[in-house]
Every structure is written in structure tokens, then in C-alpha cells.
Design a protein around this ligand. Structure first.
Ligand code: NAP
Length: 484
């Protein structure tokens, strides 16, 4: 199968924070790959901007290193990299000062799509928006891309939305959540809404429960200071996991258009019940053989920040009443895996007597590693030994089904940056969605703080604290294994 690459219009993309970690690891290599694919035209200009006083050539050296480090050898092409570097330049600029802004204004081309990627700490979002406005750089078609974290709580998210709204309209603001750029996440919408097979069963009558797991094998690594203020609830649940939950639970939008999709996601967030203490398990990894514990890494003795959280969540509407959604995420777990598993109910009556092990069908949607979907179905065990039943996977691994195309999915950042250039906000969060997510998150956090409930220790390389297992066991259910 050959995928169609439709080139975008020429553009000016300014990366504020162009010398930072995100630019180096994600944004710049993604742009290189889009040039390689033919989607990014040679008329594109990429302008790195940060305070460091680099020349264009010094910045190109930084970009060269970023691409050679991050792009696998089989995708690397020296001539292509030179072509890419020809599109790149650098402007020293201070987000909270006056330096560089006139240069930036002079470097932009009037008749081009213009996008500004705010790849800087959130404290600079406001100053950048103001200066783009005050220096007359922002135009009605200008797009800005803002990174996570979008706020620390409802109040700060509202303040951030207000600061951006003072300079830009909502249709100009692209709040990025890279989970939404994953191929499988979009495929989830295709599977649900482009087939008749699943949608009639996609409700509390047929779905027993949904599990969403985002497990990481690494610890907090170099992000300790930020992470210790955030914790798993703010860092993962409020944004990424909430978005996945929305895509599973939302009603079919009337069209695959930004506001139609985001309206439906918003309704899901607003339908979430508050979560009681019995439905939350928080954990923090301790030290293991050769692995420092969480508090040693963040350097805050006595920290109660959770590096793991499991929640049982209810979506209070007609479709989902009575079907729990179990969410689980954590660091230093057994392996790195992100998946959504929709477990269907048992057939209402078994005609196979006691031979039948009654286990519902499961549709497992794997986001990483190896994006794909697996449907567990029950069939007859082959052979003459009578009617014995076995469960087998119907594997829809995209790498196999789609050949080369399945192996070379664009990285989430590639897709999302190109969506910005195309002016498509479907896979970006709207301001009211983010606020609604915080409005649900804040009382959950305030609840455990008020109760003084502490995070439970768990071993590195495990599945999290035992109490997380109990969260499902007491409902007669069990988590899927965390396995790669
Ligand atoms: P970083 O490595 O600390 O880079 C920050 C960048 O901002 C640098 O280029 C820095 O360059 C520039 N900068 C700082 N102060 C500035 C100012 N006053 N004016 C202009 N430029 C300024 O941070 P990062 O990891 O790239 O993260 C950037 C954003 O992405 C953050 O909001 C972060 O939360 C988010 N994010 C990052 C990741 C990731 O994997 N790194 C993942 C998700 C979200 P100078 O010091 O030269 O000015």
C-alpha cells in the first residue's frame, strides 16, 4: 500500500526555544523527515529563536547534530540534510525583552503561512503572545503552538488561556498533546466510526469495562524538579489519558472536523463523575537493585508526589452508565507500553456447557511500542477432542497489514506540525477542553491532599503497588499484564 503525501504550502515556522531539548529531539528531526517524505516544500523556512547568541551556521551545526542523533541511519541522507539545513536560520531573541523582535519581524515573509512554536517553559507563553502582538507580527492567520503542561490547575490554565486569548483567537491556538498525533489514536476513530462492526456494541450493554494503561520503564530521569511538582495525575492523566478516554467514550461527531470532534470530547469530560478515595491508588517507586528510588532522584526527602496512579472512573451518561474505565500510569514499571483495552461482556448464555471459559472478547489498541490492534476471540480448539474452546488473537498489526507504510508511520510530532501548517485543529485541544479536564482533576487531587493519604511504595520493574491490583480484583476483574 502506498501512502499519499500531499505537500503543504510553503511556510515560515519559528521555533521559540529552538535550542532546547524538545526542538533537538522532536521538532527538528520531525521537520527533516517531512522534507524527506516530500510533504515539506523547499519554500519552507525554519527559524530557530532563543537567547543564545548563535550565528545561522552555528545553529545549523546544532540542527545537523540533532538530525544525525535522532534519525535512524537508514533514513539519513547527507544531501537531504544539506537541503534541510538550507531552509534553517537562527535569530537571537529574548521572550521577555526587546532583543531580536525587529529582526524576527523582518525575517518573516508576508504572503506565507506563519506558525510560531512555543517550545519554551509555560511562563514564557504570555510574554511571547504579547510580543508577537505588540510587534505587529501576529496576523489573523498566524498560528501558535503551545506545549504541555498547559497549566498546573484550573486557575492557572484559565489564566494561560486568557493571556493567549488577549493576542490570538481560539482558531489560531494549537495546544499540542502528542498522544493525539499517534497513528493508532486516529485509527481508533476510524475503527469506531468507519465500520458498522463495533459501534452497535460500543456501550454499557456490551462493554464490561475499559482499561487504559500508559506504563513507562524509565524513572523521572532529568525532569525531577518539574515532575515533583506535577506527579502522574497532572503529568499524564489530566491530558494524555483524558484524551484517550474521550476518544473511546465520545459520541460519533457529525463530521471529522475540529469543533465537531472537540465538542464531543468536551461532553465526555463534563460527564466524568468525581472520583472517591476508594477508587484511587497512588504509588511512588522505591529504590531497587541498581535503581535509585524516586525521592533520591528528585532530591526531595519525604516527597509524596505519585509516580504511579490508578483510578476507576465513571462516565455518567446513557452510553456508559455502569461501565467503569480503569486508568493506570506510572514510571519505573515492568516495561514501556501504552494500550487501551475494551473488554466486552460474556455472551448472555453459553451453549457449550462447562467447557466454556467465559471470557469476553477484548479489543486491545496498542499505541506503543508496535502500534496496532488485537481482537481476542474465542474459537474451537483444532482437533477431534470435542468442543473445547480457546482464545486466539486476531492481530491487526499495522506493520504487517500495511507493509512498509505500517513500519514508517510519521512520528506524532511530524503529523501534528504538518496539521498546524495545514490549519487543521482536529488533533489539538481546545481551551474549554483543557479547562474542563482541570475542573475534574483539581478536586481529585484536593481530595487526597485533604485526607492526607500517602502514595504507596512499589518496586521498580513491578506493575505498581498491590493496592492497584485490588482496585480491579474487588470488582472481579484484573488488569492486563504490563508486557512489551
Ligand atoms: P529546555 O531544554 O529547557 O529549552 C528551553 C528553550 O527555551 C531553550 O532553547 C532556551 O534557550 C529557550 N529560552 C529560555 N528562556 C528564554 C527566553 N527568555 N527567551 C527566549 N528563549 C528562551 O526545554 P524543553 O525540554 O525543550 O521544553 C520546552 C517546552 O516543551 C516546555 O514547555 C516543556 O514543558 C515542553 N515539553 C518538553 C518535552 C521534552 O521532551 N523536552 C516534552 C513535552 C513537553 P536559551 O537559554 O538560549 O534562551
Amino acid at each position: 500500500m502506498v501512502s499519499r503525501v500531499i505537500p503543504v504550502d510553503p511556510f515560515d515556522l519559528v521555533i521559540f526555544g529552538g535550542t532546547g531539548d524538545l526542538a533537538r529531539r522532536k521538532i527538528l528531526p520531525s521537520l527533516y523527515r517531512r522534507l524527506a517524505s516530500g510533504q515539506m516544500p523547499d519554500g519552507a523556512h525554519i527559524i530557530g529563536a532563543a537567547r543564545s547568541g548563535l550565528t545561522d551556521d552555528e545553529y545549523r551545526d546544532f540542527v545537523r547534530e540533532s538530525v544525525t542523533d535522532q534519525v535512524p541511519a537508514d533514513q539519513y541522507d547527507a544531501a537531504l540534510l544539506d537541503r534541510f539545513l538550507g531552509l534553517v536560520r537562527y535569530i537571537p531573541l529574548d521572550a521577555i525583552g526587546t532583543e531580536g523582535w525587529a529582526d524576527l519581524a523582518g525575517a518573516l515573509r508576508a504572503d506565507m503561512v506563519q506558525a510560531f512554536y512555543f517550545s519554551v517553559g509555560p511562563a514564557l507563553f504570555g510574554p511571547l503572545a504579547e510580543r508577537l502582538h505588540d510587534h505587529g507580527i501576529a496576523r489573523p492567520e498566524t498560528r501558535i503552538v503551545v506545549e504541555k503542561p498547559f497549566g498546573h490547575d484550573l486557575e492557572s490554565a484559565r489564566a494561560l488561556n486568557a493571556v493567549l486569548a488577549a493576542a490570538f483567537h481560539e482558531h489560531q491556538i494549537y495546544r499540542i498533546d502528542h498522544y493525539l498525533g499517534k497513528e493508532t489514536v486516529q485509527n481508533l476513530m476510524a475503527v469506531r466510526f468507519a465500520n458498522v462492526l463495533f459501534e452497535p456494541l460500543w456501550n454499557a450493554q456490551y462493554v464490561d469495562h475499559v482499561q487504559i494503561t500508559v506504563a513507562e520503564s524509565l524513572g523521572v530521569e532529568g525532569r525531577g524538579a518539574y515532575y515533583d511538582r506535577a506527579g502522574a495525575m497532572r503529568d499524564m492523566v489530566q491530558n494524555h489519558m483524558m484524551q484517550l478516554l474521550c476518544l473511546i467514550a465520545m459520541e460519533p461527531p457529525s463530521h471529522f472536523e475540529p469543533d465537531a470532534v472537540r465538542d464531543e470530547k468536551l461532553k465526555v469530560i463534563r460527564a466524568l463523575d468525581p472520583v472517591g478515595p476508594e477508587d484511587i491508588v497512588r504509588g511512588q517507586y522505591r529504590a531497587g537493585p541498581g535503581v535509585p528510588g524516586y525521592v533520591d532522584v528528585v532530591g526531595t526527602p519525604g516527597s509524596d508526589t505519585e509516580s504511579f496512579i490508578a483510578l476507576k472512573v465513571h462516565v455518567s451518561n446513557w452510553r456508559w452508565a455502569g461501565t467503569p474505565f480503569y486508568l493506570r500510569t506510572g514510571k519505573r514499571l515492568r516495561t514501556r507500553v501504552s494500550e487501551i483495552a475494551v473488554t466486552f461482556k460474556d455472551p448472555p448464555h453459553s451453549i457449550f456447557g462447562h467447557e466454556t471459559r467465559r471470557r469476553g472478547n477484548v479489543l486491545a489498541i496498542r499505541l506503543q511500542p508496535d502500534e496496532g490492534m488485537v481482537m481476542r476471540v474465542t474459537i474451537k480448539e483444532p482437533g477431534p477432542g470435542g468442543m473445547r474452546l480457546v482464545e486466539v488473537p486476531l492481530d491487526m498489526s499495522f506493520a504487517e497489514a500495511l507493509g512498509e507504510d505500517g513500519r514508517n508511520f510519521p512520528d506524532a510530532y511530524e503529523r501534528l506540525i504538518m496539521d498546524v501548517i495545514r490549519g487543521d485543529q482536529t488533533l489539538f485541544m481546545r481551551g474549554d477542553e483543557v479547562e474542563a479536564a482541570w475542573a475534574w482533576t483539581d478536586p481529585v487531587i484536593a481530595g487526597w491532599q485533604a485526607r492526607g493519604a500517602r502514595a504507596m511504595p512499589y518496586d521498580p520493574g513491578s506493575s505498581g503497588p498491590d493496592d492497584a491490583l485490588m482496585l480491579m480484583h474487588r470488582d472481579g476483574r484484573r488488569w492486563r499484564e504490563i508486557e512489551g
